[in-house]
Ligand binder design. Sequence first.
Ligand SMILES: [Zn+2]
Ligand SMILES: [Zn+2]
Length: 231
Amino acid sequence: MLWRHVAALLWPARCAGCNAFVPEGVSFCPSCEVSIVSLGVCCPGCAMPVDAFGACQGCQKMPLPFARAQAALAYGGALAQALLRWKHGGQRHVARSLAGYLAPLLARAADQGAEIACPVPLHPRRLRDRGFNQALDLLRAARPRVASIAIACDALARTVDTPSLGHGTPAQRRRIVANAFAVARPGKIEGKHVLLVDDVMTTGATLAECSRVLLEAGAKEVAVTVLARAI
Ligand SMILES: [Zn+2]
Ligand SMILES: [Zn+2]
């Protein structure tokens, strides 16, 4: 355990949001922490917060193709800063600070039967530019606490380099990602309960399209787990 103390001295823990020093094992400093919103009661279909009795309007209008969805946090505040620093600032270690929020959700998904986790893939060109797939980094950092789920990082592929979904309407977003994904290794997902994992879910268009191709290729069931939900 000595090396841990040495590592903590050499690389002290930093706030994922603002990079301030924090105690070991803490993800956000107190002033960033106040903007982190854990999601309470959510729609099991799309992970949007609902009151205890309220039905989800979105799912009534257009149900999503996955069996269930869960998210740890609401997107925004210091979490949005952390995601920026991580994905666009090259601060890859931020994944470790955020993985603690994902791990309990992975454990719940495993209890619900998830056998294999697929990170939402990046197009090879995007992967080359960024150097890493954030969904895969998050999964790898969280998985030691949920060993019963295997990771299939190459089962799904992004075959079209879609433009950023930005602020498009749900219909525009669905059109942009239509046919952008393919199952590269059907053997890994056939007959399996697959868990799709991503960092952020906005309208769910990307996750819906991934689910569609996974189910078409023979997955028994697809569920979704994300770190953050835009609400
Ligand atoms: Zn901070
Ligand atoms: Zn819903």
